[in-house]
Design a protein around this ligand. Structure first.
Ligand code: ARG
Length: 231
């Protein structure tokens, strides 16, 4: 390794959520948190010279935990928004995402977001999708779930007509767990970028950004990306 200068050896708590494939999820067999975000934050910590202790909670808890300063770092596929940036800090963006719609494979009724009026649309509470639906689709009946997997299951069971959520999560779910049963429709709605979150004015923002840049420059970011999103 390149030496220990600047390495504080401090340990920081990282708040995440365990219901967002393939960014963060619990491996039931090992009891370990896995996913793109988990690999990324461990690599950032390694590069910046600190330790991390990961704690899993509901997504709303991650945002609230940054606002209260209860946790040092949050990583949970969290979209950088102006509103959130008023109360918490973000790293530079580390992932380009957006929103999309999933329906049952056999559905020919809903072809895009233009067909959501009068439909039951599931999503997860406290997310950008919930906000997007409220702002852009007042005629849709929005049903919020505490976890997105519950929303997908209700979609498969026909209890909701569609689910709106982050493109990489929907695609991953549709291509794996719900293969042949669910599909995505329409264009990507609202481009979004994910950032690592911190309590306002955290001293960790600069070191994390530097580490992130190093991981991008030295290929580590690409390796992690390839592992979770490669063909
Ligand atoms: N990107 C969306 C947002 O920031 C959803 C994130 C959900 N993340 C999670 N770990 N459940 O609102």
């Amino acid at each position: 390794s390149s030496g220990d200068e600047g390495k504080s050896g401090e340990s920081y708590t990282v708040a995440t959520d365990n219901n967002f494939v393939p960014f963060e999820f619990l491996n039931e067999d090992t009891g370990e948190m896995e996913g793109f975000d988990m690999d990324l934050i461990r690599a950032v910590a390694d590069e910046a010279g600190f330790e991390v202790e990961i704690e899993s909670m509901k997504f709303d808890g991650v945002v609230a935990g940054m606002q209260s300063g209860r946790y040092d770092i949050g990583i949970a596929g969290m979209t950088i928004t102006k509103e959130r940036a008023e109360t918490i800090d973000f790293s530079e963006p580390y992932y380009d995402a957006g929103l999309t719609i999933a329906v049952q494979e056999s559905n020919s009724d809903i072809k895009s977001e233009d067909d959501l009026a009068g439909k039951k649309v599931g999503t997860r509470s406290g997310t950008t999708s919930e906000q997007y639906l409220k702002e852009n689709h007042p005629d849709a009946e929005v049903v919020t779930f505490p976890g997105i997997v519950e929303a997908y299951m209700d979609l498969q069971a026909g209890r909701v007509d569609a689910v709106m959520y982050d493109v990489p999560n929907v695609k991953y779910y549709v291509n794996n767990d719900a293969k042949g049963e669910l599909k995505t429709v329409g264009e990507t709605l609202q481009g979004e970028q994910y950032g690592i979150a911190f309590p306002k004015d955290s001293e960790l923002v600069d070191p994390a950004n530097e580490a992130l840049q190093t991981l991008i420059d030295n290929g580590t970011y690409d390796d992690i990306y390839e592992e979770w999103f490669g063909e």
